[in-house]
Design a protein around this ligand. Structure first.
Ligand SMILES: [Zn+2]
Length: 186
C-alpha cells in the first residue's frame, strides 16, 4: 500500500502531516510511523515540497527513534485538541536549543537545517516549524475533523472548513446522515 493512501488528506504544513501519522478508519487504527519506514515518509514530504533533499540528507545522518516520535506526536495531538489549555511552548524552544538549526537559501527560500540528524534533529525541525505556527497564529486554527471517528487534524484557514477531506469524511458523514434519516422514516 502506498504511503499516500494512508492519508485522508495531505496538509501543506509538515507538522500537521506528522501529527496525522495516526489514522483511524473502518474501526482500524493505523500508525503510519510503525507501518512505514520513516524514510518513506520523508520521501512523501519531499514530493509534497515540504522537505528538501538537503534536509532529508541531514535527517538521515543518524537513526530516528519511532518510539520518541510517537510520544512527541501523541503529546502534541492532545495539546492541540484541547486548545483551551496553555500550550507547553517551552518544550519546543528547548528542542531547538538542544539541537540548533541553521538556515540555507534554496531556490529563494530560507530552509531550516538542524545541526544533527536523527531523532533530535527531526524533533528540532518540527519544533521550529511549530514555533512558527504558534507565532503566526496557525496553531489556533488547528481543528479536529467533524467526522467523529476520524483522527485527522487540519488547519482551518478561513474558519469554515469542517472536514479533513470533503471527499473522504464529508461524503461519508453526509451518506451516514442520509441513511439514518431514511431508516428513521421507514
Ligand atoms: Zn476526517
Amino acid at each position: 500500500m502506498r504511503i499516500e493512501s494512508l492519508y485522508s488528506h495531505l496538509s501543506d504544513h509538515l507538522f500537521i502531516n506528522f501529527l496525522n501519522t495516526i489514522r483511524h478508519e473502518y474501526d482500524q487504527t493505523t500508525d503510519i510511523l510503525e507501518k512505514k519506514d520513516v524514510d518513506e515518509w520523508f520521501s512523501l514530504m519531499k514530493d509534497e515540497q515540504l522537505l528538501t533533499d538537503r534536509q532529508i540528507e541531514k535527517l538521515k545522518e543518524a537513526p530516528v527513534s519511532i518510539h520518541e516520535l510517537q510520544s512527541f506526536r501523541d503529546r502534541w495531538r492532545t495539546y492541540l485538541q484541547h486548545s483551551s489549555n496553555e500550550l507547553p511552548i517551552d518544550e519546543l524552544e528547548r528542542s531547538t536549543k538542544e539541537t540548533p538549526l541553521s538556515f540555507e537559501l534554496s531556490s529563494g527560500s530560507l530552509v531550516p537545517v538542524p545541526h544533527r540528524g536523527g531523532t533530535d534533529g527531526f524533533l528540532s525541525l518540527l519544533s521550529f516549524l511549530m514555533l512558527q505556527a504558534y507565532e503566526n497564529s496557525t496553531f489556533s486554527k488547528v481543528k479536529n475533523c467533524d467526522n467523529p471517528t476520524c483522527l485527522a487534524l487540519f488547519v482551518d484557514k478561513k474558519g469554515k472548513r469542517k472536514w479533513c477531506s470533503m471527499k473522504v469524511c464529508g461524503n461519508r458523514v453526509k451518506a451516514q446522515k442520509h441513511y439514518d434519516k431514511k431508516k428513521a422514516e421507514s
